[in-house]
Design a protein around this ligand. Structure first.
Ligand SMILES: Nc1nc2c(ncn2[C@@H]2O[C@H](COP(=O)(O)OP(=O)(O)OP(=O)(O)O)[C@@H](O)[C@H]2O)c(=O)[nH]1
Length: 448
């Protein structure tokens, strides 16, 4: 999850508030101090932190909670609202209005630009658009091959020529090529390095002139923290930046600084990069982002992800039913693990369920690709009955399965342990919350 450390710190500040017996001025000041500390540790600019927390404190002290809302709930709401405002308030989605819509991506070397172009192409393809990608990076010929490697498995075509030295020509011809092909969106990747900065900006200007993009997208590295402010401003002055993608927010200790700094320039953040895989791009919505960050759950985000999954037919309704009930056999577990692997860690999904927050054990839900392959091999040596009723697998069956699959009894046991752990985890979940969620998905009839 993006900004996990900041999320945990903010979450624990709010938990402290939730646990306190009375809510007086001292309690509010302590919560505000905890929030300040959390934000400053995430490299958020100190001046911005002070402004934000002053507003939170003032509102928490002066405003009366509306009828039916407790003081504590009201303060949590204030924190949520102010943090949302802090990150841009409203989501500003990327709009594809004209066919073709031409997008130009810019950003300095290593920002994650090329990876983000591939992620964006895939994101749009998943939404039904036919996408073409143009590589006009003449400084790093590897960028062309990188894009091809990332996108060809999805049938997304990349235009370019690693031998060509004229970036403007590459961009112009690439766009012309895809226009003639009749794609919906053309994404042009530009160079991230140059002999000197002036040259880079000049090249950007010339490409922009030649292809007249509908939107210029700036890619900024989230690990640079609050320095992102100056970088975003410098680009904004040079080209009409329409939107920003902030990358590498997974695991970055400074991501909060980068996000808030970019938001402070007034340029809309439309996407965030949350991992190295092609699907690790999220449309940025300050409201959803903050509610997840605070561990308040986000049913909308969950719905969206599951919808996507259902579209890909990797997650069928009855699977979800079993998943929510915690009643599933080995085959179901395998399907879940496989699906989760494609859509991102299960933990990330479960975090979106209100009330579950951060309490999930990592290893109960994390399985690598290699391991999944081993599981497949082991399961191929099981009988239908064993797959459907794993509880019948005793020691002699374990020995037979290990022999049949060319694995060890320890590995077979590991698979069974994983299964039991997952089953236990689902069983221990709050059934009321799951039932509520099930209702939202219109699976109300299966009575968890
Ligand atoms: N963890 C993580 N890594 C990312 C993310 N986005 C990009 N990266 C990694 O960052 C590194 C640089 O990304 P590239 O896309 O190659 O960099 P670039 O900005 O295009 O570089 P130039 O083509 O030289 O301009 C790669 O190792 C990517 O895998 C992200 O959201 N999270």
């Amino acid at each position: 999850m993006a900004l996990e450390k900041l999320g945990k710190a903010l979450n624990s500040a709010l938990k402290k508030l939730a646990r306190s017996r009375t809510v007086d001025e001292a309690t509010i000041k302590e919560v505000v101090r905890d929030i300040q500390r959390a934000l400053i540790q995430a490299d958020v600019n100190v001046r911005l932190v002070l402004q934000l927390t002053k507003t939170i404190e003032k509102r928490a002290l002066e405003e009366e909670p509306p009828a039916g809302v407790s003081k504590k709930e009201h303060i949590i709401q204030i924190v949520y609202e102010e943090l949302t405002k802090f990150l841009g308030k409203e989501a500003k989605p990327l709009e594809i209005k004209e066919k073709p819509t031409v997008l130009l991506t810019v950003g300095i070397q290593g920002s994650g630009k090329t990876t983000s172009v591939a992620k964006l192409a895939r994101h749009l393809q998943k939404r039904g658009y036919k996408v073409g990608v143009v590589c006009s990076d003449t400084w790093r010929p590897g960028a062309y091959y990188q894009l091809k490697q990332l996108l060809e498995p999805y049938g997304i075509e990349v235009a370019g020529d690693p031998e060509e030295k004229d970036a403007v020509k590459l961009a112009r011809e690439g766009v012309k090529y895809f226009r003639e092909k009749g794609v919906d969106v053309i994404i042009v990747d530009s160079a991230g390095r140059h002999k000197e900065e002036k040259g880079l900006i000049e090249e950007m200007r010339q490409i922009s002139e030649a292809i007249k993009p509908h939107e210029v997208i700036l890619v900024i590295d989230g690990t640079i923290g609050q320095q992102a402010y100056n970088q975003a401003l410098a680009f904004k002055e040079a080209t009409p930046i329409g939107s920003i993608i902030v990358t590498k927010l997974d695991g970055s200790a400074k991501g909060g600084g980068a996000l808030s700094a970019v938001a402070a320039t007034g340029a809309p953040i439309k996407f965030i990069g949350v991992g190295e895989r092609i699907d690790d791009l999220e449309a940025f919505d300050p409201k959803r982002f903050v509610s997840r960050l605070l561990g308040m759950g986000d049913i909308e985000g969950l719905l969206e992800k599951l919808e996507e999954l259902q579209k890909q037919q990797e997650f069928k309704e009855e699977d979800l039913e079993k998943f929510l009930k915690g009643k599933f056999n080995l085959k179901d577990m395998y399907a879940q693990l496989e699906a989760m692997q494609k859509m991102g860690p299960l933990k990330q999904i479960l975090q979106m369920i209100p009330g579950l927050g951060y309490s999930l054990p990592d290893d109960a839900v994390k399985v690598g690709e290699e391991k999944l392959k081993r599981y497949r091999v082991i399961m191929d040596s099981m009988t239908e009955e064993e797959l459907e009723h794993p509880e019948i697998i005793n020691y002699s069956r374990i020995k037979r399965i290990a022999r049949g699959s060319g694995t060890s009894t320890a590995e077979v046991r590991e698979l069974l342990n994983q299964y039991n752990q997952m089953k236990k985890m689902f069983k221990s979940m709050d059934k009321r919350k799951l039932a509520k969620m099930a209702k939202k998905f219109n699976f109300g009839g299966f009575g968890i």
